[in-house]
Every structure is written in structure tokens, then in C-alpha cells.
Write a protein that binds this ligand. Structure first.
Ligand SMILES: [Zn+2]
Length: 233
């Protein structure tokens, strides 16, 4: 067989890159990335928790009486089970963000299954919540994930707006999110930093403190991911 032409190889490579990382791609597993555009409802989501600073986020959400969805890492739940429980007890939804936050590309189906299963077990054990949604670490999906998600009763969720709150100032996060939010948006922020103990999430906390009242003023209501994506249930 003749070698693939350079443009064809490039096209294949960029297709693969989109399938792995694209927020709207479902090639490697059923995945959602926004809610309906017909209602002024949005979902705040937090990845990489729980962390020592998660309660600071919970305080802000409680003050405004709004729900959110926390995609927790099993290893962080095992490290801080009381914080994980506090999130569930406050009425927030809990999703699965893998056990140890690995890149799932170039991994076997067994590895991927083990990561999702261990996280699910840890979350169920410590919070009593049974996650229905999975957010892939780094947003990276891979071969085998679809079957693993189905086996675990999980559906993938990406995001409509990502805050880059792990690397930017609160000002930059607020500006970015405020400009990109629209009906049905799923906003991705972080109440932890992968598996780091005692991470500094001050920019995230400050951004949330300013974004929530701003978005309420604009007429948005906040919903959990389940409520946003399955409004009839
Ligand atoms: Zn993450």
C-alpha cells in the first residue's frame, strides 16, 4: 500500500486530536457539553476535589442558595472523606473524575475501567451519592472509554466554558467566564488541583465569589448537571 499522503495523515491526526480532546466530541464515549439553549439555566461544575479549600466554595454557594456539581477524584475522597461528605450533605451533585487523575490516552480498557470503578466505589462509600456523570481528567477520552462508561452507568460531561482557573488570575477567570456564558452553559472550574494536598485555589474562590452574583443579576438560574441536562426528571 502506498504511504498516506501528508494532507491525509494530517487530517487523520487532527481528527484524532478532536476526538480525544474536543469538548463536543463523542467518538470515544457518549458525552454532553451543554444544556438546552431555550432556558436561562446554567451549571457550575468543579473538578479535582475535594480539597481543603472546598468548604470555601460551599460557603459561597450556600450564601446564594444555589446547587453545583462536583467531579471528585477517588484519591481525594479517600484523603478527605469528611469534605466529600460535606459536599453531598449540602445537596450538590457529585460526579466521577477518575481515581488518580491520569491521562486516559494510550491506556488499556482495563486501566480505564479500574480508574472509574475505584472512584465510583470511593464516592459511594464516603458520600452515599452514586455518580451518573463522568468527566475525563484533562478532558482526554480514549478507545475503550465508551464501553467502560456504559458498564459503569456513566455518561461523559465536558463543558461549554472552561475557566483556566488553575493557571489564571481571578480577574481573568471572571472576565473569560462572564463573556462566554449563555443559556445552557456548563461552566468548568476546579476546587482542587489534581491530587495535590492543600492546593492554593484562591483565584477560583475569588472568581466564584464575584461570578455567582453577577450571573444571578443577569437572570440565570443555577442547576446541577442532572437537572440541566434532564430537566424533566
Ligand atoms: Zn481534573
Amino acid at each position: 500500500m502506498p504511504p498516506a499522503s501528508a494532507p491525509a495523515a494530517l487530517a487523520a491526526a487532527s481528527w484524532l486530536a478532536w476526538a480525544v480532546r474536543g469538548r463536543s466530541a463523542s467518538i470515544f464515549g457518549r458525552s454532553r457539553w451543554r444544556g438546552p439553549r431555550t432556558r436561562p439555566a446554567i451549571a457550575l461544575t468543579y473538578d479535582d476535589g475535594p480539597s481543603e479549600s472546598t468548604p470555601a466554595i460551599l460557603d459561597i454557594l450556600a450564601r446564594h442558595r444555589i446547587p453545583a456539581t462536583f467531579f471528585q477524584c477517588g484519591a481525594n475522597v479517600d484523603r478527605l472523606p469528611a469534605v466529600a461528605r460535606q459536599v453531598a450533605a449540602a445537596g450538590h451533585e457529585i460526579g466521577n473524575h477518575s481515581y488518580s487523575h491520569p491521562l486516559l490516552c494510550f491506556r488499556s480498557r482495563e486501566f480505564i475501567y479500574d480508574e472509574l470503578r475505584r472512584a465510583q466505589e470511593s464516592i459511594v462509600t464516603h458520600t452515599g451519592a452514586v455518580p451518573a456523570w463522568f468527566r475525563a481528567p484533562f478532558g482526554v477520552r480514549w478507545f475503550g472509554l465508551d464501553a467502560v462508561q456504559r458498564r459503569g452507568g456513566l455518561t461523559g460531561v465536558m463543558w461549554t466554558v472552561i475557566g483556566y482557573d488553575w493557571s489564571r488570575t481571578a480577574d481573568a477567570v471572571v472576565d473569560r467566564v462572564a463573556r462566554r456564558v449563555s443559556n445552557g452553559a456548563i461552566i468548568c472550574l476546579h476546587d482542587g488541583r489534581e491530587l495535590r494536598a492543600n492546593p492554593d485555589i484562591a483565584p477560583t474562590v475569588e472568581a466564584v465569589r464575584r461570578l455567582v452574583p453577577m450571573l444571578l443579576d443577569r437572570g440565570y438560574t443555577f442547576e446541577t448537571v442532572s437537572r440541566l441536562l434532564c430537566p424533566t426528571t
